[in-house]
Design a protein around this ligand. Structure first.
Ligand SMILES: Cc1cc2nc3c(=O)[nH]c(=O)nc-3n(C[C@H](O)[C@H](O)[C@H](O)COP(=O)(O)OP(=O)(O)OC[C@H]3O[C@@H](n4cnc5c(N)ncnc54)[C@H](O)[C@@H]3O)c2cc1C
Length: 344
């Protein structure tokens, strides 16, 4: 039995009760309906870049999504509607879009994982979220066994969340996007990216340069998977940035970074990385004898330095949560999904 460690970016996790590789959408539908008919426990795995699988593994059938295909549904002079199978690599989609002159995905360059998992936590980076370009999903509902179309408005997208992340059970079979065709220029909506590109925030930049710059910035933070760099053996950011009331935010030092929350004037988003550093946990920190450590390039990434167990990573996460709570009264919420018989 293969350990799931080989299929996760953390490189941890024991075996699945059963592993079914689904190379097409039809295979995926058939495998899921079989498992559900037998009332077996199940779990759907894409690229394994946002899961922390228990050392004892998963006592369930794991459906590994490896379906392929990018289909153009409709094209005009200014836009294109495409349907992408769940198993396509997210970054391969971004690269293909750039090659074909479709715009809107460039700021999301370099995020690991599959297209099917991307709506689950509404992936985002550099001022863009998948919610900005997704029109809907082809979904196999685990409660009814029916295949249905769910439009973007019904997916309950929020910051690193969606109705799927909040528990709507089923499988994303394909994702539809509405992308631009605007001659290779895209708006830059993130200050750090604008500064690296030497353009004003809010102005347009060359799409290929945006992708290249995002990949460079991400690599400098250990946020592009690299088999030779243990700073990337992670799930990316381990904690989401906490959203608190403006009144509560008065209790953290005035120089703590904070950002407005869209449509919620009474709440602000704090920087989890800042809170962790100020709580006394520096980059590179490891508990004594542990093979899990905070990335040396990014405070928000917990990493496997080689041979770490899931429990060592979870222990480091709990330590950081306790430090931040003791110092600021803020509970940091993990972003990756803990799978198997343990919790973070
Ligand atoms: C180095 C690094 C950098 C990262 N940077 C970012 C970033 O900038 N922004 C960001 O948002 N995330 C980031 N992440 C997190 C991760 O890449 C994303 O969450 C990604 O979308 C996970 O995709 P996956 O296929 O690997 O999902 P998995 O880890 O396989 O699964 C994640 C969750 O989605 C579910 N799932 C998977 N496929 C499906 C499907 N077809 N249908 C229904 N549910 C499904 C799983 O059951 C699980 O609950 C980063 C991770 C790493 C390792």
């Amino acid at each position: 039995m293969t350990d799931l460690a080989a299929l996760t970016s953390f490189r941890v996790g024991g075996p699945a009760r059963r592993l079914v590789t689904c190379a097409s959408t039809d295979d995926l539908v058939a495998a899921a309906l079989d498992v559900w008919a037998d009332d077996e426990p199940w779990f759907v795995l894409g690229g394994g870049s946002n899961v922390l699988v228990a050392d004892s593994g998963i006592d369930a059938t794991v459906l590994l999504v490896r379906s392929a295909g990018i289909d153009v549904l409709e094209e005009s002079a200014t836009s294109v509607r495409v349907r992408v199978a769940a198993g396509v690599s997210w970054d391969a989609l971004v690269a293909t879009a750039l090659e074909r002159g479709w715009s809107g995905l460039e700021p999301l360059s370099g995020i690991p994982g599959t297209v099917g998992a991307a709506p689950v936590q509404n992936i985002g980076a550099y001022g863009t979220e998948i919610a900005d370009v997704l029109t809907g999903i082809d979904f196999l509902d685990a409660t009814t066994g029916a295949r249905e179309w769910i439009g973007a408005d019904d997916l309950g997208f929020g910051y690193r969340t969606s109705a799927l992340k909040r528990g709507r059970a089923g499988i994303v079979l394909a994702v539809e996007f509405l992308l631009g065709r605007n001659g290779g220029l895209v708006p830059v909506r993130y200050a750090q990216l604008a500064s690296a590109l030497h353009v004003e925030l809010g102005t347009a930049a060359d799409a290929a340069a945006v992708r290249e710059t995002v990949l460079r910035l991400r690599a400098s933070k250990g946020m592009v998977l690299d088999r030779d760099d243990a700073d990337t053996w992670s799930a990316g950011s381990f904690f989401t940035n906490p959203i608190v009331s403006t009144a509560f935010a008065e209790t953290v030092p005035f120089d703590a970074p904070r950002w407005p929350v869209q449509d919620e004037p009474a709440r602000v988003k704090l920087s989890a990385a800042w809170l962790i550093e100020q709580a006394g946990v520096p980059r590179g920190y490891a508990l004594p004898g542990s093979r899990a450590a905070v990335s040396t390039k990014h405070t928000l990434a917990l990493t496997n330095r080689g041979g770490a167990t899931a429990e060592e990573i979870a222990e480091l996460a709990r330590y950081i949560q306790a430090r931040v709570f003791a110092r600021f009264g803020v509970s940091l919420v993990p972003e990756p999904v803990a799978v198997g018989a343990f919790e973070v």
